[in-house]
Design a protein around this ligand. Structure first.
Ligand code: DQA
Length: 148
């Protein structure tokens, strides 16, 4: 069975009550449950982790190195400025798909730039929670392509 990590950054613990017009009404726990069930239906065990702290997220990425076939990552606001998280993603040698619930290019100008996307295998934005499931499919496709 393949193993993937669903990683969420700052403020995503508040999903469900945080700007529901932008991010929807689902809580992070319910999204994690749905994504884990979707993963299981595709033969993927999904572990979930969220933190509001840059260093904790960096440590989790480092620890992921020997354990996972890929990472689904919503870096929240870190997306737009954290070179430390970008370097962590680049350092671990695992495929990472960056996911955003909202369409970051259609919002405030500062959100249009992701400093992390260039070291990810794909970026999915504006599809709500469905984006997390799509990211699992992208990582499965990536694993197939790199195996052959
Ligand atoms: C987000 C978009 C970011 O700009 C924002 O800071 C978030 C959530 C998204 O999922 O749409 O926290 O990553």
């Amino acid at each position: 069975m393949k193993r993937m990590l669903l990683l969420n950054g700052p403020n995503l613990n508040l999903l469900g009550t945080r700007e529901p017009d932008v991010y929807g009404h689902d809580t992070l726990a319910s999204i994690e449950e749905e994504v884990a069930a979707y993963g299981a239906s595709k033969g993927v065990a999904v572990d979930c982790f969220q933190s509001n702290h840059e260093g904790v997220l960096i440590d989790r990425l480092h620890e992921a190195r020997p354990c996972y076939d890929g990472i689904v990552y919503n870096p929240g606001a870190h997306t737009h400025y954290s070179y430390a998280l970008r370097d962590a993603v680049a350092s671990i040698g695992l495929p990472v798909v960056e996911v955003h619930l909202s369409d970051i290019e259609a919002r405030e100008p500062f959100r249009a730039l992701s400093v992390i996307a260039p070291v990810c295998v794909a970026q999915i934005k504006g599809k709500g929670k469905a984006g997390y499931k799509e990211a699992i499919d992208v990582l499965l496709g990536y694993a197939d392509r790199t195996a052959s």
